[in-house]
Design a protein around this ligand. Structure first.
Ligand SMILES: Cc1cc2nc3c(=O)[nH]c(=O)nc-3n(C[C@H](O)[C@H](O)[C@H](O)COP(=O)(O)OP(=O)(O)OC[C@H]3O[C@@H](n4cnc5c(N)ncnc54)[C@H](O)[C@@H]3O)c2cc1C
Length: 389
């Protein structure tokens, strides 16, 4: 970790979350000599160390399936690649259907997933209950099982990327806030920070819930908003949830940690924009109600922790990736709501773009221009309120 900056860098990345660090590591691997990652706080202080850690590629849209398949492929060998145990537990991921309509949609999604080579399977209600005997059968119509999905440890993944990037001479500067960006003749020229000014012609906006503010510095108006998401962890319990599970019906997602804690998050309907990191009683009630409905056995269990994190959510809830026409050298790596599972692919593909100038196929649909062309990407298998889709 550095606290003294050079005068010039090839690439300046704003934000030392999983996105910024994965990109920095991949840029260094591509041979980019001078890369710096700046964070106004400590490394991983944003959503990257506050998330549900869940990983899948079993989505409902071509764009999401193609992109997240690339990511899961990297997750599978990431520990070896980074020489650090990221604790990727491939226990399987179930997208639960709670109504007949939801099950019908699952059938369509599985058909599409198969065309991309995913090994997903449609389960009926009995199969789900056999797999998870603790689940409330009244909440089960069936679901999609992705056997190679699961969850990883967010702290481990962050440190794995940070260490691997440092080994390749990436400079990581915590407690260094980006305060302004200098643009001249339509191109990025320099970045102003709390430690002084740096010259660069390439800046990546990986500032998570603060991405809108960074974009404003170059005069760009992101259509996204910042939202607070909340999670809870219970006291450790005997194993009862053998896989990662998301329930779009209740807008919730959960897994049981290796320590036995039930860890889950949920979103309330009509989520209002917020940058607050305070936990709310409204969310406690909402999560407790939903989780007990899904798993009645949780009703007498003690809540150990609750926390919040903020994410940058685009109008279609899809990430916003790549260059912008308005300002040369200003690159977006934001709009992330599923940005933990997506980081390995985003880091690799954006690094390929920055080093070659070619936008890889997997990230092409996620460009900023879609807000102009109207080609929004709506994936209907997400656990987010329909108002946000
Ligand atoms: C409760 C919750 C549950 C989630 N569950 C999942 C899940 O199960 N699976 C999944 O894939 N995703 C999940 N997510 C989403 C995921 O956590 C995010 O999409 C991902 O962490 C985004 O990473 P990031 O690096 O872009 O942003 P962040 O981790 O937020 O990092 C942004 C960084 O930018 C820094 N920064 C901001 N402004 C400045 C500035 N001016 N100067 C310098 N630095 C700055 C911040 O300090 C921060 O460290 C969840 C999120 C939350 C909150």
């Amino acid at each position: 970790m550095k606290n003294k900056l050079r005068k010039t860098y090839d690439v300046v990345i704003v934000g030392a979350g999983i996105q910024g660090l994965a990109l920095a590591y991949n840029l260094a691997r591509c041979g980019m000599p001078a890369v710096v990652v700046l964070d106004k706080s400590h490394v991983g202080s944003g959503a990257s160390s506050r998330n549900g850690e869940m990983i899948r590629s079993a989505f409902a849209s071509e764009e999401w399936i193609r992109f997240f398949s690339k990511s899961i492929e990297i997750w599978e060998t990431l520990a070896d690649e980074l020489d650090f145990n990221v604790m990727f537990t491939r226990c399987g991921y179930l997208v639960l259907a709670s109504t007949v309509d939801e099950l019908e949609a699952c059938l369509t999604h599985v058909k599409l997933q198969k065309t991309f080579g995913l090994q997903t399977r449609l389960l009926n209600a009995d199969e789900v209950v056999t797999l998870i005997p603790a689940i409330n059968p009244m909440m089960v119509s069936g679901g999609i099982l992705q056997p190679n999905g699961g969850f990883a440890r967010h702290d481990a993944a962050l440190w794995a990327y940070a260490r691997a990037a440092s080994r390749l001479n990436v400079e990581i500067c915590p407690f260094t806030e980006v305060t302004d960006i200098v643009v001249r003749s339509g191109a990025v020229r320099a970045v102003k920070t709390s430690l002084g000014e740096i010259e660069t012609d390439t800046i990546v906006n990986a500032a998570g819930g603060h991405a809108g503010r960074i974009a404003e510095m170059v005069g760009l108006n992101l259509p996204s908003q910042t939202y607070r998401l909340e999670m809870i962890a219970t006291e450790p319990l005997k194993p009862f949830l053998p896989l990662a599970l998301s329930s779009p019906h209740t807008l919730s997602y959960m897994h049981q940690s290796t320590r036995g804690e039930f860890v889950g998050g949920a979103e309330v309907k009509s989520l209002a924009p917020s940058k607050s990191l305070r936990s709310s009683l409204e969310a406690t009630r909402d999560m407790a109600g939903k989780f007990i409905r899904l798993f009645p056995g949780l009703s007498n269990v003690r809540l150990m922790r609750q926390w919040a994190g903020i994410v940058d959510m685009a109008p279609d809830v899809s990430p916003v990736l790549g260059p912008v026409e308005e300002v040369d050298g200003f690159i977006l790596d934001c709009g992330w709501v599923y940005g933990f599972m997506g980081a390995p692919a985003a880091g690799k593909l954006l690094a390929d773009y920055i080093s070659t100038g070619e936008i890889p196929l997997e990230i092409r649909p996620f460009g900023f221009e879609r807000f102009r062309t109207g080609k929004l990407i709506r994936d209907s298998s997400l656990a987010v309120p329909s108002e946000n889709l």
